[in-house]
Design a protein around this ligand. Structure first.
Ligand code: PRP
Ligand code: URA
Length: 209
């Protein structure tokens, strides 16, 4: 079974509080999500493989380490996932970025896919799928189904806030995939919003309603 990692770093938790706060405006919300995405990217890349190489310092030759292994791909789920991309690219600027466009039907809460564009070498990359919210889990599950259908073999999912109901569904559908989250909240309400959550992530990120 895939693991659920909750990033309890004090900086992530502090910034998440202000992301949740309803009086936080669009500009600050975006900046905070960007900063938290960078901090989470630092944690999620902890297990990247390294190899030794020769390096000539001003003093002498030395053995030192560089990243090895597969190249990375970041897949934001549109719209709100877009707000996490730049923060991750600050640490792994060479990563390619694919996009999966999904929205939840407000009545059924089922995800509807409207766009997909992935790097051409899907089978060769390690992917991090990002979205601030894992609520019912439908969007994350569907995005990862789309990636798998196109040949992706290695996938992690990263979000800011998850609901227990969404985590359970996600693990049923994708039991081998690890989840990286900043907070596991209490529950979903009758409208499918995470409680306490942060409200509608896309609307808060882009100032729409
Ligand atoms: C939000 C959020 C997730 C999804 C989570 O997107 O950004 O993608 O809901 O809910 P789920 O786990 O129940 O599927 P939304 O559908 O509001 O689209 P948007 O990002 O375009 O606003
Ligand atoms: N999507 C959001 O943006 N917020 C929620 O609480 C649930 C789904």
């Amino acid at each position: 079974m895939g693991k659920v990692y909750v990033f309890d770093h004090p900086l992530i938790q502090h910034k998440l509080t202000y992301i949740r706060e309803k009086s936080t405006g669009t500009k600050e919300f975006r900046e905070l999500v960007d900063e938290v995405a960078t901090l989470m990217a630092f944690e999620i890349t902890r297990d990247l493989p390294l190899e030794e190489v020769d390096v000539e310092t001003p003093v002498c030759m030395a053995r030192s380490k560089v990243l090895s292994g597969k190249k990375l791909g970041i897949i934001p789920i549109l719209r709100a996932g877009l707000g996490m991309v730049d923060g991750i690219l600050k640490l792994i600027p060479a990563a390619k970025v694919g996009h999966v466009g999904l929205y939840r039907d407000p009545e059924t809460l089922k995800p509807i896919e409207y766009y997909i564009k992935l790097p051409s070498d899907v089978e060769e990359r390690d992917f991090i799928v990002v979205d601030p919210m894992l609520a019912t889990g439908g969007s994350a599950i569907e995005a990862i189904n789309s990636l798998k259908k196109r040949g992706a073999k290695s996938i992690k999912f990263m979000c800011l806030i998850a609901a227990p109901e969404g985590v359970e569904e996600f693990q049923k559908e994708h039991p081998e995939i690890d989840l990286y989250i900043a907070a596991l909240d209490e529950k979903l309400n009758e409208k499918g919003y995470i409680v306490p959550g942060l409200g509608d992530a896309g609307d808060r990120m882009f100032g729409t309603k």
